[in-house]
Design a protein around this ligand. Structure first.
Ligand code: SF4
Length: 419
């Protein structure tokens, strides 16, 4: 078992029994636990499912009911296994949700809670650090790698990693910055620290002197607020990338020819600016994409910045738990992961705009951001569809300063058009 378990200090979670996870997710089973679950004594309880395992692409999952719910989900919306035998007897995947437990530094794991769970999104319930006993049991049952490799750390020493993360969190907590400005500064921090190189950054004394002025200077990215708009090709690339976030893991499991053809057709339509997000999953907005002002929000619309609290929390928790690179994000290196984290903002903003449009709004509301953050955190670092090299290439394309600013301009209009 890892010697140290780091948990988010700011997240809360107590299950509100909404049943969403039991309806939306395929529950992966470990071969060893299938026999244990089969041997549970249900007494005279009627209609207990006996044939509850289905194999998909060689892996065993809980069978699902015709409406998509887990075969053990009762008509009252509660888990029958939980009700009869208690939390500890459930499958490991069920006990593990909504936690994301990932190895970080050698002998250490970090734990955060996924924001696709409504209770976590609302930060409802007991602080997760007070659930250490349950989490330790989970950690004991899981297997972990050796933590970040030297390449994933970009040659940075641990104190350097922590120093850059602290600087990033300082920016996030600066309430004088709007979320758009905050993410612009974060991107600039990633770029400038990356340019300094690991030898310079690892010199702790020098960096202690340099960091305050570095943090001050990166705000200069907010001064020149004029830029060009995104061109048609870049918009198509962005829409394709958004489609990958819309594709749910569950849908990806269905690899039949018919589904693949339909998915390809829906993606092609979305890339061209047509189609409908609902085609990628039931929880997505149902509205023709051509009616969404994704890239052209009205110039005079100023969204209320307080609605971005869940998204700021998403970023902050990822930084706090070092879950934005290495094993938590497709094994990419520290700086690539930090850049990818900045690029979650345009994805979230675009998804929120679609949700708002489906509800006949042009300005964003809390519901829109909540939907978008849940969608984002369901996939970020976890989705098989996003693991491909082409996705890293798209990230690299949009992290380039000029294109990143044009992307924000197209989506958020935070500054004026260059003439
Ligand atoms: S989605 Fe979250 S709150 Fe809802 S049942 Fe699952 S764990 Fe509980």
């Amino acid at each position: 078992m890892p010697a140290k378990i780091t948990m988010s200090n700011q997240q809360r979670y107590s299950c509100i029994m909404c049943g969403r996870c039991c309806r939306r997710f395929h529950v992966l089973l470990r071969p060893a636990e299938i026999d244990r679950l089969k041997a549970l004594d249900w007494g005279d309880e009627p209609d207990v499912p006996t044939d509850f395992v289905v194999t998909i692409h060689g892996f065993p999952y809980f069978r699902r009911q015709p409406d998509g719910g887990c075969v053990f989900l009762g008509q009252d919306g509660a888990c029958r296994m939980h009700r009869r035998f208690g939390f500890d007897q459930k499958a490991l995947t069920c006990r593990g949700y909504p936690f994301n437990i990932v190895s970080t530094f050698p002998g250490e794991v970090s734990v955060l809670a996924r924001m696709d769970c409504p209770a976590v999104l609302q930060n409802h319930g007991t602080p997760i650090r007070e659930q250490r006993r349950d989490i330790e049991k989970l950690v004991q049952e899981l297997r972990f790698g050796d933590g970040f490799s030297p390449a994933q750390l970009n040659g940075l020493l641990r104190p350097t990693v922590e120093m850059i993360i602290n600087a990033a969190r300082q920016l996030l907590q600066d309430v004088s910055l709007t979320i758009t400005d905050c993410v612009s500064c974060l991107r600039a921090l990633a770029e400038r620290t990356k340019k300094l190189g690991h030898t310079f950054l690892n010199d702790g004394n020098t960096m202690q002197e340099v960091m305050p002025s570095l943090l001050h200077s990166i705000r200069s990215v907010l001064d020149d607020r004029s830029c060009l708009d995104l061109n048609a090709t870049e918009r198509a690339y962005f829409r394709q990338w958004l489609c990958l976030y819309w594709r749910r893991d569950e849908e990806v499991l269905d690899r039949s020819i018919k589904t693949r053809l339909a998915r390809a057709a829906h993606t092609a339509a979305a890339i061209a600016g047509f189609g409908n997000a609902r085609h990628f999953g039931q929880e997505h907005p149902d509205l023709p994409l051509r009616r969404v002002q994704m890239f052209n929000p009205p110039q005079n619309v100023l969204d209320d910045d307080s609605i971005w609290e869940p998204y700021r929390r998403f970023l902050d928790v990822r930084l706090e738990c070092c879950q934005f690179f290495g094993p938590a994000y497709y094994d990419v290196s520290f700086f690539t992961g930090l850049e990818a984290l900045c690029l979650t903002y345009p994805i979230t903003l675009a998804a929120a705009r679609c949700h708002a449009a489906a509800n006949n709004r042009t300005t964003l509301a809390q519901d829109d951001v909540n939907y978008a953050v849940a969608m984002l955190d369901h996939c970020h670092g976890r989705s098989p569809a996003l693991q491909f090299k082409a996705c890293r290439q798209t990230e690299q394309m949009f992290i380039h300063a000029d294109r990143f600013h044009r992307l924000l301009f197209a989506l958020a209009k935070p500054w004026k058009r260059k003439t």
